[in-house]
Structure formats: structure tokens, C-alpha cells
Design a protein around this ligand. Structure first.
Ligand SMILES: [Zn+2]
Ligand SMILES: [Zn+2]
Length: 244
């Protein structure tokens, strides 16, 4: 473990000592998410679409990526967005259970280590200034920071700016949807010094948020943009098609 990563972990261990947590799943005192409960949940297993990371039946590209490739070079997620993972993200986002992020980041570390991505810098999907003021933190950043410390890749907050909150895509034409997504984030000039950026988020649903981040970063000249999320919303209905 790198010294910075160890110190960060030590900091959270001290917080646990002062304010003993309860396991997210079984409620055991003194654990944020105990080893036994962690082992009950498995990482999303291949075959996954090479590009968007959606579970597919055969290795390669999913139908959507064959027809309209996403702007991200690749997206990978650790878990399906359901059950205890959904609960964990809820706690992280709305109940200020920030210690959870440090333990959940272990899955991001593991999944990133399985990719052959060459990354210059790690950033996270930003929240709007209004959301930041109200919440006091960005849950995606709480996940991305320990990942950066562990990998030794620098973390930079100021590569992207959220111009508006979760754009509604309802009732818009394809062209309007594209514009709507494009307008959600702005790439900041600092991004132009990097050629390959990893964007971290808590959950990917339709993929439009990451898509928007990729477009904004590419406008600043970034060549490769990868996405890594803790969870991915998965349609259990084989006939339903998620929209990327
Ligand atoms: Zn437990
Ligand atoms: Zn795909």
C-alpha cells in the first residue's frame, strides 16, 4: 500500500474508533462493511460489452455500441445497482456515510487493475455548486480520491464543471437530446494538458452523464476518456433496451 493510501485508511480507522460504525448489511458493530457481507456480492462478470460495459451474451460490442458508439473509450462498473449496493450508494449520497466510500473504493481499485487503460489523471463527475452547498461533498469524489491514492495516479477536481443538474431527456428529439447532454458539463482548460482521463462516478444508468463528460473533455483536446463507476443499473428484462 502506498504511504498516502495508508495514511488515508488510517484516518478513517481513527474515525471508526471514535464513532464505531455498523456493517452496512448485517449490522455488526465496528465494521463499515464486514468481510463476510462483502463476499456475498460479486463483481459484474464477463461477458461485458467491450465499450459500454453492459452485460452481454457474447463477448464483443453490444447492439447499441455497434450502431452508435459512445464517446467514452470504455466504461466499467463494479457491481449491479441493486440490493445492498443500492443501499450503500443511498447512504453515501444522502446520509453522509462517507467512511463507506473508502471501503467501496476497494472494488474500484480491483476493477481498474483488471483494465489495460493508460491513465494520466483521475477526476470525478462533478455536482452542481448548489448541490455541493447543500450536501457539502461530492460522493463520486469520495470514491475517486482513495482510488487515486492507491494507484498513484493524480486526482484533479477541476477538469469538468457541471453546468446544469441531471438534464431531463423526456420528450426531446434525438438531436435535442444530444444537445441537452452536451450542455450538461463543460470541460475546463486544465483538462487540455492530459491526453487520457478517467472519470469516476457512483452509478451509471443510461450513460448520458458520462457521455456528456467525455464530450466536454474531448472539446478540451483529451484523446482518451474512460469511465469507472461503482454500480451499473441493469435491466433484468431481456427485451428492455437501456439507452446509452
Ligand atoms: Zn456484515
Ligand atoms: Zn455497449
Amino acid at each position: 500500500m502506498r504511504p498516502a493510501s495508508f495514511l488515508y485508511h488510517l484516518g478513517w480507522t481513527a474515525v471508526d474508533w471514535l464513532f464505531p460504525p455498523y456493517c452496512l448489511d448485517c449490522g455488526t458493530l465496528g465494521e463499515r462493511w464486514c468481510e463476510t457481507c462483502q463476499q456475498k456480492i460479486s463483481l459484474l462478470a464477463p461477458p461485458l460489452c467491450e465499450r459500454c460495459g453492459r452485460p452481454v451474451e457474447l463477448a464483443g460490442l453490444c447492439v447499441e455500441c455497434q450502431h452508435a458508439p459512445i464517446s467514452m473509450d470504455a466504461i466499467r462498473s463494479c457491481y449491479a445497482y441493486e440490493g445492498i449496493i443500492r443501499e450503500a450508494i443511498h447512504r453515501l449520497k444522502f446520509e453522509k456515510d462517507l467512511g463507506l466510500a473508502e471501503i467501496l473504493a476497494n472494488a474500484l481499485i480491483k476493477v481498474l487493475s483488471m483494465q489495460d487503460w493508460n491513465i494520466d489523471v483521475i477526476t470525478s463527475v462533478p455536482v452542481s455548486p448548489a448541490r455541493m452547498k447543500e450536501r457539502g461533498y461530492n460522493q463520486a469524489e469520495m470514491l475517486a480520491f482513495p482510488l487515486a491514492l492507491n494507484t498513484g495516479v493524480p486526482y484533479k477536481r477541476s477538469l469538468l464543471k457541471r453546468v446544469k443538474d441531471a438534464p431531463s431527456q423526456v420528450g426531446l428529439s434525438k438531436e435535442e437530446r444530444r444537445e441537452n447532454i452536451r450542455e450538461a458539463f463543460e470541460g475546463l482548460p486544465q483538462a487540455s494538458q492530459y491526453s487520457s482521463v478517467l472519470v469516476v462516478d457512483d452509478v451509471v444508468t443510461t450513460g448520458s452523464t458520462l457521455q456528456s463528460c467525455a464530450l466536454a473533455l474531448r472539446e478540451q483536446g483529451v484523446k482518451q476518456v474512460y469511465g469507472l463507476t461503482l454500480a451499473r443499473a441493469i435491466s433484468r428484462d431481456p427485451l428492455a433496451r437501456a439507452t446509452s
